[in-house]
Design a protein around this ligand. Structure first.
Ligand SMILES: [Mg+2]
Length: 296
């Protein structure tokens, strides 16, 4: 939903992985852990894992959500321990003083909203040196607990997570129920940004630019946020858009359209290729990495 005239932003939500930091090696390590779990713990035939990961991502948002929806008994804590618990975090993440300065300079309450588990989020934020920059982390366990209490999880949707709209509604409530139009949302996933944008959040895709997904801004790196949204630091509201101007990257590429479906299928195909061990350059495999990694 393109909001032509917004109020001042009052709250900021940030995704974690590939948004507040980038580490391709860590992403591939996580994807490898997912594949190993599926083979060793769920008895997936090794040659079917890549296709299953892509299928689940495409149809359920994450591999975990797809597994559970398809009847696999997955202990969530065991899953997260296997996928994230063995990562050599200290090798992958270092303090980012510039990010810390950036976050602390935003005079608004800030939250992390991630599909990852609490332990992973806490570890990453600690190593980046930004754990105290946020009011709280809204992690997998938080969204699931709230969804279960609200009766939102059921046989057809046992796992509640991004990009599900109801997961965003839960996160907004945990962030003090700001008006969606007054909420800044930063994520590296085009699918997650699409949901946020449709709900009226000021949505900034980070990690890539020129992506055909509904968004208000697209930036290459989180450090580029001040240049893209200087009004956030000046206490001003986002500039009003002209009704005559085309919505930025909004329209036929929106998820659900024929084009988006084709793109999603292409992403899933790339994900399968990467999952099978294909070597891909960072610049050409971003979509595939996204598809594989957000599966965690
Ligand atoms: Mg992410």
């Amino acid at each position: 939903m393109t909001v032509l005239r917004r109020p001042r932003i009052s709250t900021c939500l940030f995704d974690l992985d590939d948004a507040l930091y980038e580490n391709t090696t860590m992403q591939h390590h996580v994807a490898e852990n997912i594949r190993r779990y599926m083979v060793e713990r769920l008895d997936f035939p090794p040659d079917e894992v890549a296709e299953a990961c892509a299928d689940y991502y495409l149809n359920y948002g994450t591999t975990l959500a797809g597994l559970v929806a398809n009847g696999y008994k997955v202990d969530y804590d065991a899953w997260h321990a296997a996928v994230h618990g063995s990562l050599p975090y200290e090798e992958y993440l270092q303090p980012d003083p510039a990010l810390r300065t950036l976050l602390l300079s935003i005079p608004l309450p800030k939250y992390v909203f991630t599909n990852a588990d609490r332990t992973h989020a806490a570890r990453c934020l600690q190593l980046l040196g930004v754990a105290d920059c946020f009011e709280r982390v809204i992690a997998f366990e938080d969204v699931m607990e709230a969804a279960e209490q609200a009766g939102l999880t059921h046989h057809g949707c046992p796992v509640m997570c991004k990009p599900n709209r109801q997961a965003f509604e839960i996160a907004l409530k945990m962030a003090g129920s700001p008006e969606p139009a007054a909420t800044l949302w930063v994520d590296d996933s085009a699918r997650n940004i699409t949901t946020g944008h449709r709900m009226g959040l000021y949505s900034v895709l980070v990690g890539r630019t020129g992506v055909a997904c509904p968004s208000d801004k697209q930036i290459r790196h989180i450090h580029d946020l001040p240049a893209a949204t200087p009004w956030l630091w000046e206490g001003q509201q986002p500039p009003a858009l002209s009704p005559a101007a085309p919505a930025p990257l909004d329209g036929p590429a929106a998820a659900g359209s024929t084009n988006a479906t084709s793109q999603a299928e292409a992403v899933a195909g790339k994900a399968a290729a990467v999952a099978k061990g294909a070597v891909a350059e960072r610049t050409s495999s971003d979509e595939a990495i996204e598809a594989v990694y957000v599966a965690a």
